[in-house]
Every structure is written in C-alpha cells, then in structure tokens.
Design a protein around this ligand. Structure first.
Ligand code: ARG
Ligand code: ZN
Length: 880
C-alpha cells in the first residue's frame, strides 16, 4: 500500500542465500478463517559462502506468529523482529539447526488469490511467484530448494480430498470427523512449486506407461458434476507426455500426476510439482459448452504445464529475473507440440499474429522491457507477453540457427549439467552453444535489450553479373528510458522466386545457402546471390525466423505475386497481412480526411483465390481471411490515431470483400461442412473456422444467403463453436435478431459460468456505441462477480483489451469505466488490477483529445491513497 514509493529490485544486486533449507516439514490444520501452519525446517548455513551469518531473515506476509523454536528451544521475543514483510531471528547457531515456526493465516479473507485461499469452498494455493510467504515464514526464493513433507488435516465432510505434491505416504482418521493425509515429494523444489488442495472434489483417473516402462497414474480433480468434461484434458495430457518423450527424450518422474481445476484463478494454470492447478476454463470442455479454440487452448496449456516438469521444475530459475528461462522455453515447447498435433503452418500463423499484435505493442510502448528484465518493483508484473512469447521466439531462433538436432543436443546437455539446479539464461545459452561447438553469446543481447528491431531489406539485381544483391540492415526504435542498443544477430530465412514462381537455388560465394538461412550479425551486411537468371522476387523472413519488424519496401505487384505463388505458405500469409495492413492504414487516412476511400480489387481477388483453393488446409484458408485487428492498424500508424477512422476503414474493407467474393464464399461455405458428430480435431475445427470466416464476411457484405444461414445456425447449432460463432456474427449485424439470440443464449446457459463468460465478452467487445451502457448493465448482472477473475476478464478485460474503438471512445467514458474498475479491484486483488490497467499502455498513440482524457483517468488512479505496488509500478511507467 502507498505509504512510500515501493522499492525497485535489481538483477545486479543478486546475492546467494545465506542459508539453505535441506528439508521442509509442514503440518497444516485447515480452517476457513484460521488455518494453522507448523513448519519444521532443516536450516543449513550456505556452504558456498565464506562468512557465516548470525541472523536469518525469512519472508512472510499477512501471518499471525504464534511461536518460534530453534533446536526445540523457544526463541524469546528479543531475538525476533517481525515487519509486515519479514521475520528476522537474531543469534542463530553457526551450524545446521532445526527451525520450528507456528503461524495462522486466513484463507477465507484472501481475495488476492495468492497464497492459500478458498475457491468455491475448495482450499487451494498459488505460490508463484511469491505466494508461499503468505502461508508460512520461509526463504521464499527460487534458489532455495528443499525436500518437502506435508501433513494436511481437516474436517472430513468438508475436505474429503487432501492433496499436496509428490507421493501419498500416509492417511488416517481422527476424532471429531477429522482426518489427515501426509504427502512426500522426493524431488527438492523451491517454495513456488509447493501446492496444497483440499475440498469436495470429484476425480477422473487414467494411466500411462512411460517409455522406460513405469506406470503413472493420471488424475484430474474437478467440481462434482463436471466429470464428463475432463476427457479432452486427459487425452491432451497423455499426448503431451508421449510427445515430450519422443521429441526431447523427457520422461515423467513420479508415480502420479494430478491436475486440479478451480474456478477462481488469477492466471491460466500453475505447474506445481506433480499437482498442477488450473483455471477451470482451461480444463473443462464438452462439445456443447466449449469452442474449437477452447479445445486448442486446453490442449496447449495442459502440455505447457506438463512440460514445465523438466523446463522449470527439474531445472529451475536462480532468481525471478530469469523467468524467461522456464517460461520462454516452455512456451516454445508447447508451440512445437501444437504444431505437431495440428498444422505447423497454421500454428505458426496464430503465434506470429498474436506476437505481432500483443508483444510488439508492449515492446513499442512504456511497458517495454527486456526478455530478461534488469529491475522490477513487483515480479507478478513481469509475467508478460515479452517474457513468455518473445522469450519463446528467442528459443525458436536458437533452434533455427542450430537446427532441430543441434537444439536437441543442446537441451540434452542443459539437463545433464543442471538437473536439480537453479540456473540463469547464460547457463542455458552456454549449454546450447557448448553442445554444438558454437559461440552463441551474441544472442544474449536479445535477452538483455528491450524493443523490437526493424529489419530493412533492399534487393538489387544485376542483369550482366546475374547477381542479386541483398542489403540487410537493422535499427532499434527510440524508447524512452532504454539505453542505446547494440546490433543483434538476426537469422533471416529467405527465398528468391523466379519469373514463373519457381524457387531459385541460393548460392553465395559458390556455396549453397543451407536451408535458405543467412544471419545478419552486424548493423548492415550485403549478401550476394549468384547465378540468378532474371530479376527475382524476394520472399523474406520465412517462418518469421526472427521477432523483427520487417521493412522490405516491396512493391504491390511483388507482394501480390507472393500472396498467390510463394512456395512458402507462411510467407503467403505474411504478405497478405502486410498488404492488408498497408491498405487499411491508407483507407483510414482517406476516411479521416473525408476523401474517397477505394478498396484495392487486386488484393481482394488474391485473397479470394486462396479462400477458394481446396488444395490448401481449411484452417489455413480461414487464417488468410482474417484481417489485421484494429489495434494492429493503430500500432502501424503509431501517432495521432483516430480509432473511429480505423474501425470504419476495416469495416469497409470487410464489406467489400464480402460483396466481391460472395460467390466464392458461399460455395466455400457449402462445400466445407465437417463430418458429424462433432469432433474437436484440427481437420474438423479447420472446416468450421473457414465456414465461420466465410459467413462473417458474407454478413459484412449483407449477403442474404449469409444472414439467413447465420440466423438458422444460431438456433439449430448443437456445438458451442457454431452456436457462439453465429451469435458473434449476429452481433455485427445487430438489430432484433441479435437481441433475441442473446436472450436465448442467456436463458440456455445462465447456470454455466464458463459459457456465460462468452456471453459477457461478446457484448463487451461490440464496437456499437451503446456498448458503454451495456457494460454498465453487465457488471450489475447477478451473474457477474468482481471477485472472480474469469468474469472480470470477460467483461472489463474484453472491453479494455479487445474493443479499441469503445475503450478509446471520444467521450472518455471508456477510460473512466476501466479506471474505476482498476481502483475497485486493486482493493482486494492487485495482480488482477494491474493486468487490467495495462490496457492503457498505448494511450500516447491516440489523437490529443483522447490523450488528455486518458491521462486524466490515469492521474486519478495514481492519486489513490492506497495503491498496491503492482498498480503503482504499471501506471507510473505508463504515465512516464
Ligand atoms: N508458471 C505459470 C505458467 O505456467 C504462471 C503462474 C504465474 N502466476 C502469477 N501469479 N504470477 O505460466
Ligand atoms: Zn509457464
């Protein structure tokens, strides 16, 4: 709370812990308001340090301290100093000792959802990053690894299920309808991987045999009655386990793997050792309640958390600055998994689309930070798009330069060297380099510098020499508060296309260019390709081989050739997006000036050809039909942005596409129906996605065929993908049909929170001018609860992050709405408030009137007397 300005923590100040904790025994007696925790810690002075410390400082928050003993003897008051953040014990022995501490915490009052809390009557924990200190006093830092033994005691009828990490070693009944369970985790772990769950939970069980022949029991725990929605999560888990063995040689290491779904959760999920805790939105799925994208996300997040067992748990982070070490690598691994399960090119397109719109925005604004930050106030603010998704791109880049096998060799060495350790980004990069006899240290710059580099490319052709000269250069944008940045190595995958679209073999200095990959390792470099018979078309940055802004200055004609004919499918899409982006920017500028805005027919025709091409995957064609978002366009314009003009421009282009491609889209719709019954697999989902894109454009073009199909689909669909898909198209059409469909949907699903989230989110993201009034109604709806993060995300989050034109409404009412919500939420859940306020990150790119209104709203937040460090850190950066 805002007593004084919160303290910055710096990477350069890292110091190893003065003490280690070899063993941790916890005895937890559950009670809603007074849970008693007795800890017994085997404390060892850190043998790596020369000087012996005489006092030990333990982290702890919101705890009531009852008793401290050292080696069985009570420590008297004068040797204890407790603040609201820690507990210092003076004059501790110079040799190993046993420290016992007894405290009380209050799970029922915990609405921050960090530490031990109650979610719909279920006790659960979230300890990453610094939640364990809200359970007991401890050395709550990732470089202190300890073996945990945990006894949990509770009232049997209230908490029949008692879970913690590792293996169940003992259970028993106690007088007064009480019982207990003891869990032991054989793997030393940092406190952030501790978990405890207790409550009335139903369970679905399966098993798998690991590659080396060990049987592992798999369990998913959910609210009773939801057992029929765990099938997909379980199947995804089994596929993920098998995939990690096949692709990376990594096997599961305990006899049991458990997942628990809870309905109040700040983030997506958490990889606690052997006991993952999930937001139930990322577990529960049934065809009638979950969409194809839900199924895909569940598969991906299940895999992500499972993969952490090696990348994160067996090898963990030395300190929180190294967060990308586990998150970037694990996101990369889950992306590769999904690419193998589904379509590699479609997955790459999804990831790049998201990266460019979400991470590039972050990297270009006031919240920009290196993948490995050098300072923070609140670590929870750094679970960011940059750490996760740019972090994943850096792993991918390293795989691109080393090759798949080289990357695998590197990871093998990383695990050989560091299993059971808490390490740094340098350790990771060294292992990859050493295993391949390569010096990768230049890539560390990518981890340490903020901002997206721009890659400039110029191609010139010499008819006489039959040479194509490619000049590549890089620049970094100016970012306030960021030091001057050095040139980074940029791996660039490319191809040259001949006159009939054929691929020209690449040769430099008489040698073929392996995999079409060149690396720009300086500020500027020229690559001369030999034996090029005629002026080629350049296909650049295939696969998005580096996270850069591309400035290829390509002519429209060449871009259209690439959209139609590039042999690289990813780059066909990339060029179509670039073309669309440039086009919408031009349309928006014309609209703002009151000039005539003309749609480019050659672009529309090229997109139509792809949509019509049955030799391409359905999902790929669907991705092709999706235009850049309104915020992508705003980011491309970069200053004095008028969000209304962008909205109109994009709507205009969509309507034109719907009209001129009517015949193609109708036919594509008719011939792409998936097989019945519903199957969430990639092929059927792709068909539904293509039909949805086609219908949506048809409706934008006011096609009677399209609108009739949508209305019918809204009534008759038997799966959520088609039912919600129709509802969202109706929301663009508006009118009575939409209102009725909304009401029907509400009536049918009012008892299903996860479905009602969709109903909330759709209304909050509508560009219609009445959305501001609707959002006010939605938060007054009895189904809304400001304490539930999923509900907050579906109303306030969808509005602030997904509705550019209304959040940035000229009246300023959108800013005020979110500012008020941030202030209210900050009173009980700073993490959630701080995520929401991040929606203001782009305020400076808008035109002056909106800027003034946004600044006023932000000022009002900063003026709050009791502001959490979380929100303070974000808002003070945004205001700058
Ligand atoms: N490690 C989790 C993941 O898999 C994220 C948990 C972060 N939670 C938090 N409160 N910061 O991505
Ligand atoms: Zn993760």
């Amino acid at each position: 709370m805002k007593t004084d300005t919160p303290k910055q923590i710096y990477l350069k100040d890292y110091a190893p812990p003065a003490f280690l904790i070899s063993e941790t025994y916890l005895d937890v007696v559950l009670d809603p308001a007074e849970t008693r925790v007795k800890s017994r810690l085997s404390v060892v002075p850190n043998p790596a340090l020369k000087r012996r410390a005489t006092e030990i400082k333990l982290d702890g928050e919101l705890l009531r301290l009852l008793r401290v003993c050292i080696d069985g003897v009570p420590v008297d008051e004068q040797r204890l100093v407790a603040t609201d953040k820690d507990l210092t014990i003076r004059d501790v022995p110079a040799k190993p000792f046993t420290l016992e501490i007894e405290t009380i915490c209050d799970p029922a009052a915990n609405k921050a959802l960090s530490g031990l809390y109650l979610s719909r009557g279920v006790y659960c924990t979230q300890c990453e990053a610094e939640g364990f200190r809200r359970i007991t006093y401890y050395l709550d830092r990732p470089d202190v690894l300890s073996k945990f033994r945990v006894r949990i005691e509770g009232v049997k009828p209230d908490t029949p299920v008692l879970l913690s990490n590792g293996n169940l070693v003992q259970t028993g009944d106690l007088p007064g309808k009480r019982h207990f369970a003891v869990w032991e985790d054989p793997f030393p772990k940092p406190s952030y991987l501790f978990a405890l769950v207790a409550g009335k939970l139903a369970m679905v069980e399966d098993s798998i045999m690991t590659r080396s022949g060990r049987a592992v029991t798999l369990r998913i725990y959910v609210e009773p009655g939801k057992e029929d929605r765990c099938d997909w999560a379980m199947r995804s888990l089994k596929r993920a386990m098998r995939w990690d063995e096949d692709r990376f040689g990594l096997e599961y290491d305990l006899d049991m793997f458990m997942i628990v779904a809870v309905s109040d959760f700040n983030m997506g999920a958490m990889e606690n050792k052997g006991l993952n805790v999930f937001n139930d939105a990322l577990i529960l799925a049934r065809p009638d309640t979950a969409t194809d994208s839900d199924y895909e996300r569940i598969e991906g997040v299940i895999a992500h958390e499972y993969f952490h067992n090696w990348t994160g748990n067996r090898v963990t982070c030395r300190d929180w600055f190294q967060l990308c070490l586990k998150e970037g690598l694990t996101v990369f691994r889950d992306q590769e998994f999904t690419a193998d399960q589904r379509s590699a090119v479609v997955k790459r397109i999804e990831d790049v689309r998201w990266l460019r719109s979400m991470q590039f925005t972050e990297d270009a604004g006031p919240l920009a930070h290196p993948v490995r930050p050098s300072s923070f106030i609140e670590i929870n603010n750094f679970y960011t798009r940059t750490v996760y998704n740019k972090g994943a791109e850096l792993c991918r880049m390293l795989q691109t330069v080393l090759g798949r096998d080289g990357f695998r060799k590197g990871l093998d060495l990383y695990f050989d060297r560091h299993d059971g350790q808490a390490v740094t980004v340098e350790d990771f990069v060294s292992a990859l380099g050493d295993a391949n006899g390569a010096d990768l240290s230049a890539y560390l710059l990518w981890y340490n510098q903020a901002g997206t580099p721009t890659l400039d490319a110029r191609l010139s052709y010499s008819e006489g020499a039959k040479e194509a000269r490619l000049t590549l250069s890089q620049t970094f944008p100016d970012l306030p508060g960021q030091p001057k940045r050095k040139a980074v190595p940029i791996p660039v995958k490319l191809g040259l296309l001949g006159p009939n679209g054929g691929e020209i073999p690449l040769e430099v200095e008489g040698k073929p260019v392996d995999g079409g990959l060149v690396v720009l390792s300086k500020k500027k470099e020229v690559f001369t390709f030999e034996k090029v018979g005629s002026r080629p078309v350049l296909s650049l940055l295939r696969d998005f081989s580096a996270p850069v802004n591309l400035n290829a200055g390509a002519r429209d004609k060449d871009m259209l050739t690439l959209i139609r004919a590039d042999t690289d499918l990813f780059n066909r899409w990339q060029n179509a997006q670039a073309f669309a982006l440039k086009h919408i920017v031009a349309l928006a500028s014309a609209i703002a000036k009151g000039e005539n805005a003309r749609v480019e027919p050659r672009f529309v025709a090229a997109v139509g050809e792809v949509a019509d091409d049955d030799t391409l995957e359905h999902a790929y064609r669907a991705a092709f039909l999706a235009l850049p978002s309104e915020s992508d366009v705003a980011l491309a314009i970069g200053e004095n942005v008028d969000p209304e003009a962008i909205h109109q421009a994009r709507t205009l282009l969509r309507a034109a596409m719907g009209k001129s491609l009517r015949a193609i889209l109708e036919s594509v719709y008719e011939r792409s129906a998936p097989a019945e019954p519903y199957n969430p697999d990639a092929e059927s989902a792709g068909r539904r996605a293509l039909r949805q894109s086609a219908l949506s454009l048809l409706a934008a073009g006011k096609s009677r065929f399209g609108i009739a199909r949508v209305k019918e689909q809204a009534k008759t669909a038997t799966n959520m993908t088609e039912s919600f898909g129709a509802l969202s198209i109706l929301s663009q059409v508006g009118g009575e049909a939409y209102d009725q469909a909304l009401q029907r949907f509400h009536r049918k699903w009012k008892d299903e929170p996860l479905v009602i989230n969709k109903w909330f989110a759709l209304q909050a993201s509508s560009p219609s001018p009445d959305t501001l009034a609707r959002v006010a109604d939605l938060v007054a709806n009895p189904l809304f609860s400001i304490q539930n993060p999923n509900r907050v995300r579906s109303v306030y989050g969808a509005f602030a992050h997904g509705n550019q034109v209304r959040f940035n409404d000229a009246s300023g009412a959108g800013y005020d709405l979110i500012a008020n919500a941030v202030i209210e939420i900050d009173g009980f859940n700073p993490q959630m408030a701080s995520r929401l306020v991040g929606a203001f990150e782009s305020w400076r790119i808008f035109e002056p009137k909106r800027r003034a209104l946004a600044e006023r709203a932000l000022g009002r937040i900063l003026d709050q007397k009791e502001l959490s460090p979380d929100v303070f850190e974000i808002v003070s950066k945004i205001v700058g």
